[in-house]
Design a protein around this ligand. Sequence first.
Ligand code: ZN
Length: 605
Amino acid sequence: MTNVLPPVRYRIRPHRPDAHLFAVDCIVADPDPAGQVFRLPAWIPGSYMIREFARNIVSLRASVGGAAVAFEKLDKHSWRVEPLAQGAVLTLSYEVYAWDLSVRAAHLDSTHGFFNGTSVFLAPDGRSTRPCLVDIQRPDGNEYRDWQVVTALPRARDAAGAAWIYGFGMYRAEDYDELIDHPVEMGRFALAQFEAGGVRHDIALTGRHDCDTERLAADLQRVCNWQIDLFGTPPPMDYYAFLTMVVGEGYGGLEHRASTALIASRNDLPWKGMQGLPDGYKAFLGLCSHEYFHTWNVKRIKPAAFTPYDLANENYTRLLWAFEGFTSYYDDLALVRSGVIALEDYLGLLGKTISNVLHTPGRMKQSVADSSFDAWIKYYRQDENSPNAIVSYYAKGALIALALDLELRAATGGRGALDDVMRLLWQRHGQTGVGVPEDGIFDAVAEVGTTYGSASLGRRLSRWLKNTVQGTDDLPLPRLLKTFGVDYRAEAAGKGPTLGIKLVAGAGEARIANVFEGGAAQAAGLSAGDVLVALDGLRISPGGLDASLSRHAVGDIVEIHAFRRDELMRFSVALAAQPADSISLKLVPRPGERAGRLRRGWLGG
Ligand code: ZN
């Protein structure tokens, strides 16, 4: 049977770039006779926080044949148009204020436009499975004549020219879910291209930059090819776009089924004549690798709770440690396995992740399963107490993936690995579209353990994983890494005793950002927001605090003056030892035959 129901049609135009307004029409050929309801999502998949995008909708009107019809607002993100005569074609017209320079919303000025469908496309109720047609229009005015469009949204069949010619005009989506999963960039962007797995990949760079695009394309091509090989060719998309907004200071990404929206610092991009591999560029490659891995892990292998998404409310799952944590493990791993970074670089990045987790007292209070569930109110809404109260399902999830990978490899003599778990999940869930149940990852681990080892290994690893994600124990990484010829060393981050605080970076004053649980400052009564002014009667400068502390011994009592609000207060602080939570990892030079073989299987090289 063919789909004879009319598609939902949209028109979007940067209407007044200087006022940051897109004009959008949504045209429904057969509106609900009881009164057509329209809604906008309250959140965007991949970013687990209620954002209430409808707050940016202004000047909404409904019309039939140009004549206005009545409508009412039902709640914060829904509208209902009055019942209409049969045959009436309903047009809903509205403006969207777009001045959020993030990967999550929409942004428009006279230099470029960017939008996610979740910010701009109202969904007519009862029509979410219909095909959508979108006319992306050029803004009026000569100054926009050279603007182009880049998006993974497919070109409509009746549009002029081939797909991906960077043109304004007609695009299509199979349904609303697809429509909002292809962000759109328009303006004057630089483009680089490469091919991976037989598929064209574009990198679009908006904003001023001096990027060596050839270098970037060559490095990303290796990373993408490695990931495609992991899951198997052909990749599950026929085009992919890295939509990158280049700014002075910024970092962020959001995954989509055939593209990613990124924000990057200009100085993190490679430049012509760059020597070595600067940390900023490594971080940018890691970000690209992370979002690309999501093409499989979360965009297609999805929690059952997300099939389909409930876009009006919080969508709860306890599995973000697998979808974000495992992705965070593979992002840097793909860099070393594809040969883009060296083994030493990889161990440096891994050491940082371990240190970050150990530096978070909240890891003793919250499991990664609970952190996933409460992402909506905790991980995404962090405050001064977050380090004491929560654990990152990204960072600890990545370490769980590491421990699981090493356990599997060690127990099966390198025959089985986390790669096999990912491939099994891909076959079971990614290729079928069947969501992963809340205990689905444990089952997949049991199956891989059984296939490559024994049934008892499968049971043991599955039980271990369950206990680990539901508990707060630290991971046995020193022991596991040793088996792979990697030396694990834990040291204090600096010399001398510590106050157990973190200062607000770049504040120009010694303002406390966080007071760590169980630390000296907390015991003395200092709080986040306090501004430290003097230590033993001498002025504290933000950059000089550590040097002053290093002249003291653990157990010394110092007097600290600090402002709380505008009141000067005095604190007597017993200085404590710095915890040995700074981890460095080194390759053991002659690891022995078994460790050497395991290490090569894990990291290559
Ligand atoms: Zn992610």
